[in-house]
Structure formats: C-alpha cells, structure tokens
Design a protein around this ligand. Structure first.
Ligand SMILES: Cc1cc2nc3c(=O)[nH]c(=O)nc-3n(C[C@H](O)[C@H](O)[C@H](O)COP(=O)(O)OP(=O)(O)OC[C@H]3O[C@@H](n4cnc5c(N)ncnc54)[C@H](O)[C@@H]3O)c2cc1C
Length: 384
C-alpha cells in the first residue's frame, strides 16, 4: 500500500459507505459497523503497523490524510479510526515480554478483523488522563483491575481496550501501567449510553472494569511506564489525529457553505446568495483561509514527527490546541453564513458544528494544552 492508494481507499469508503449513512447514524446515535468493516477490508486498520505483520508500514502523513478524508464525510467514524490507530500503536510499542501475546492481535488488526481503542479517562480524574485513580492489584498471575472509565470511543464494539491503571506499587499519581484488556474479559462492561452533542455515532460510552483479570502477557508497559508511553507513543498521534478530524470538518464546512452560496437564490433579485452578498463571500474566504492555515499547521507537525527535533513536543501541543479552535470557528461561520437553512438542519452544517466541539473537550483539552505550552515556555514543570 502506498500513501496515494491509502488516501484513495479512504475517499472511496467516504463516498460509498459513509456519505449515504452519516446523517441517519448521527440522528440515531448509531455506531457504523459497516464503516469499520470497510476500513478493515481496505487495509486501513493496519495502516501504521509494520509490513512483516501484514500492516501497511505507513506513517503519520498518511494517517493524517486518511483521517481527514474520512472526517469530511463522517467525523464520528474518523474518531473511531483515530482511537483504533492509537490502540494498535500502543500494542505495537509493547515491551518485549508482551510481544509474543500481542503479535497475533496485531496480525488480526492488519487483516482488518480487530478494532481497538483507548480507555484512559476516569470518572475520578476526569480530563487528567495521565493520573488514573484506579490501581492494578497483583494476584500472583498477572493483575486485577477495577476502574470506572468515563468515556471510551467504540465502547461495546472494540475487540480490545488499552487500559491505564496505577501500577501495583506506584508511588506517585502518574506511576501508571498500560494493559491490554480483551472485550470478552469477565467484569468488563459498557456502563451507560452515549448520547453526545456531537460525534453521536461513535459510541463514546463509559465502561467499567470490575475486578478484571489481566494476564502478565497483556501488560504492555513496565510497571510505572504507562505515563511515558502516553506521552511518547499516544500523545503525538492522538493530537495529529484529532487535528486531522478538525481539518476534515473544516473542509466539509467550506464545501457545504460554498454549495449553499451557489445554489440558494434570491429569486426576486435573480442572483444566488453568493452573487448577491459580498459579506457572505468575505466570511467564506475567512473560512478557507483558516482551513488552509490548519492544513499547513498539520503539515508542519507531520514534518516534526518525521524529523523529530527540539520543537516537536511544542508542535504536538500547539496543533491540537489550534485545531480545536479553528474547527469551532470555521463551522460557526458556516452556521452564520448558511443561516436558517443550517439552523433548521436542511444542510449537514449543523452536524459539522456539533462534531467540531468535541476536539477541544477531548483530553488533553484545549485549556490543558495551553497550560502545558505556557508552563513549558516559562520553564515550569508540567506536572507539578
Ligand atoms: C466524544 C468523546 C470521545 C472520547 N473518547 C475517549 C476515549 O476513547 N478514551 C478516553 O480515555 N477518553 C475519551 N474521552 C474523554 C476525554 O478525553 C476527556 O477526558 C473528557 O471529555 C474530559 O471530561 P471533563 O470535561 O469532564 O473534564 P474536566 O477535567 O472536568 O474539565 C472541565 C473543564 O476544565 C478544564 N480544565 C481541566 N483541567 C484543567 C487545567 N489543568 N488547566 C486549565 N483548564 C483545565 C477543561 O479544559 C474543561 O474545560 C472522550 C470524550 C469525548 C467527548
């Protein structure tokens, strides 16, 4: 698989599978198993996995392009994809002793038959996912975990969950460990419905782990090494992925608004809205400028991830913070420009507007990212 082939496949799925169903799935809050099946059949679920496991062996550039393409038609599915890619990356980076147990799962992912996700956020520590309240307890053979995970994308649909918990002997609030918990594990259950304002079709419901047993083979990091894995493996790809979702939403908003300005008419004036009103043209132009600015920012982050340097972590933090704001700004402008037609749901703009509000809320939230950026500029420790 090449970069271009992966993006082409994403485009085909977006037009043939996502576009026809996105509106109904959003209205019903329905998780699209068809979308996951198409992503699997096309080889996109194993996009970043090494080729010797059957993966596509591609990198962040293709991940961002595929995610943005999917998000243009359905941001719920795009976020399912992002969380899956992060789950797969966490398994791929597993410590050596877990590698034999994880390998067949990675092969299943590459074959398109396994969906994963992250279960980090907890009811107790809310958006501070780096500080789980739950603690793993040793029981001779592996550990037992009891935890309340507050939002888990693909809850009830994923085949595996990457779960964080404090290490059995962890002394500090970030001394966590990452575990792989299979969906069928006794004690794991979906704890409530998902009825969000946006991303309604991605089943981001709470799950509980009630004394779940995790065998030693499924401990993905050393004790207490969950936190560095979150920072080094998960955070860069998560921030890139959510920024790509934001970009897809912005592009869709520009497309939808342009189409409305061309097609909606002032019949008494004999002109389209776009021909008639320079103010609307100027606002559309601002949407385009902001969208292309986000695209350039994402390209810059990709360059930093491909060629890591001193400023890479700053870019990782900045890009998600900026993307969250841009998505809200561009889709809000679309709502204003398209007026009553958008407000009364005659266009898909209001779905884009609702979906765009998730990015800034998802941890690390836009506020927390600003805290981190400000602290790092001032040389203040981030987690003090
Ligand atoms: C659609 C969706 C899907 C999700 N999927 C997953 C998933 O798959 N896995 C997972 O683990 N989690 C997931 N989450 C959870 C998400 O990542 C956040 O943990 C959660 O949304 C934060 O909840 P909260 O607003 O209650 O947090 P709170 O911590 O209560 O935040 C409330 C407000 O305080 C601000 N705030 C908090 N701390 C600071 C600070 N230090 N400085 C400044 N401001 C601060 C926040 O920005 C926010 O505005 C998902 C959430 C959503 C909405």
């Amino acid at each position: 698989m090449t970069h271009d082939r992966a993006v082409l496949k994403a485009r085909e799925i977006a037009s043939n599978v996502l576009a026809p169903a996105a509106e109904q799935n959003d209205a019903a809050g329905r998780f699209s198993t068809e979308a996951v099946q198409s992503l699997g059949e096309s080889g996109l679920l194993g996009l970043l996995l090494p080729t010797d496991l059957g993966g596509a062996g591609l990198g962040p550039r293709t991940f961002a392009a595929v995610t943005a393409t999917v998000a243009e038609e359905d941001a719920s599915v795009a976020m399912v994809y992002v969380m899956h890619v992060l789950g797969a990356a966490s398994m791929s980076a597993a410590r050596q002793s877990a590698a034999p147990a994880v390998k067949p799962i990675l092969q299943e992912i590459a074959a398109g038959r396994h969906l994963s996700t992250l279960a980090f956020s907890e009811a107790g520590s809310r958006s501070h996912f780096w500080a789980p309240i739950s603690r793993a307890h040793r029981n001779g053979d592996g550990v037992h975990i009891t935890a309340k995970k507050s939002w888990v994308t693909s809850a009830g649909y994923a085949h595996s969950y990457i779960v964080s918990a404090l290490a059995p002997e962890g002394a500090g609030p970030t001394d966590s460990t990452l575990y792989l918990v299979s969906a069928g594990t006794r004690g794991l259950s979906v704890a409530g419905p998902w009825d969000g304002l946006g991303l309604r079709a991605n089943a981001s419901a709470p799950i509980v782990l009630d004394d779940c047993h995790v065998p030693p083979d499924f401990q993905l990091t050393d004790d207490g090494a969950g936190f560095p894995a979150m920072l080094n493996v998960v955070l860069p790809l998560f921030n890139l992925g959510t920024a790509a979702v934001a970009l897809g939403l912005c592009r869709a908003a520009v497309t939808g608004t342009t189409s409305h300005l061309k097609n909606a008419k002032f019949e008494h004036l004999g002109q389209s809205l776009g021909e008639s009103l320079p103010t609307l043209r100027a606002q559309l132009a601002t949407m385009q400028i902001e969208t292309d600015g986000l695209s350039a920012r994402i390209d810059d982050l990709i360059d930093h991830l491909e060629k890591p340097r001193e400023t890479t972590m700053l870019r990782v933090l900045e890009t998600k913070a900026a993307a969250g704001e841009v998505a809200i700004s561009v889709t809000s402008a679309a709502m204003r420009i398209c007026g009553g037609a958008a407000f009364s749901k005659h266009l898909n703009i209001e779905r884009l507007f609702r979906d765009a509000h998730a990015g800034a809320v998802m941890a690390p939230t836009g506020d927390v990212l600003r805290e981190f950026i400000g602290k790092s500029l001032l040389g203040i420790p981030l987690f003090s």
